[in-house]
Design a protein around this ligand. Structure first.
Ligand SMILES: [Zn+2]
Length: 252
């Protein structure tokens, strides 16, 4: 065996350890993804607000195939909501973005693309969040307040990027699993209701299906029953702007 074979791993040890540390720091904040952990230890991140209010939020739009159906239904229900949009979709469909705002809803930042953060890239995270926030500001005429990363994976880089852009990260305390292939309106409603604790919950649903299928329909189908059920419990349904959350502090 050439001695070089023995020496190489030793020489690599320090860089590998540094990489492992960087990866740990990158992924560790993503543990906040777990809803139970989040509700208990990070209520602000779970979007827990005014106990008389339930925040209704939609991710992954805007999409001309599905978002207009949500806007029409929300009008009929007299409900306003928060839409966490993708910058690239907003760029592609600015009129739809304007329509969301015209109808009284709130735009928030979901990211530029719907990507998974496999490796730490804080510079890229900041660039993409900043670009998406600027696109939202351009369309809505107001600086966005909230950031929710794709898949709810809030890495250290994304967290820091959001704060640098003056955005407050908000995940959710109840979701509908409305993206599942076997989702039905009744199932999505049951799933959401099971997770509501009357503590100022934030509900996550999707007004678009990025896979190009029609998985946005079950959430649309259950919305009237969800809203009427919550109102029957004297709860107000609305956007994060009315949820009693403190906005992020603006950087310097
Ligand atoms: Zn998403």
């Amino acid at each position: 065996m050439h001695p070089g074979h023995l020496r190489t791993p030793v020489a690599l040890r320090a860089p590998l350890a540094a990489t492992a540390l960087a990866l740990t720091a990158h992924i560790a904040p993503a543990g906040t993804w777990l809803p139970g952990v989040r509700r208990t230890f990070l209520p602000a991140l779970a979007g827990l607000g005014d106990p008389d209010h339930v925040a209704l939020t939609f991710d992954d739009g805007p999409d001309p195939r599905s978002t207009p159906h949500y806007l029409d239904l929300l009008d009929r229900l007299s409900v306003r909501a928060t839409f966490f949009v993708l910058g690239e979709s907003l760029r592609r469909y600015p009129e739809l973005g304007h329509d969301i705002v015209r109808r009284g809803h709130e735009l928030a930042v979901h990211g530029w693309t719907h990507s998974r953060p496999w490796l730490p890239a804080p510079g890229r995270d900041l660039r993409e969040i900043s670009r998406a926030a600027e696109e939202v500001r351009r369309i809505s005429g107001a600086r966005p307040q909230w950031y929710r990363p794709p898949y709810g994976i809030l890495t250290g880089g994304r967290w820091a990027g959001a704060l640098r852009c003056g955005l407050r990260p908000v995940l959710w305390s109840a979701w509908g699993r409305d993206w599942a292939a076997d989702a039905t309106p009744e199932g999505v409603l049951r799933t959401v209701r099971r997770q509501l604790h009357g503590v100022g919950d934030t509900i996550l649903l999707h007004d678009a299906d990025l896979s190009g299928e029609d998985r946005w329909r079950p959430a649309l189908g259950m919305l009237p029953d969800l809203v009427s059920g919550l109102r029957a419990e004297a709860l107000t349904v609305g956007p994060l702007a009315d949820h009693g959350l403190a906005p992020a502090r603006r950087p310097g």
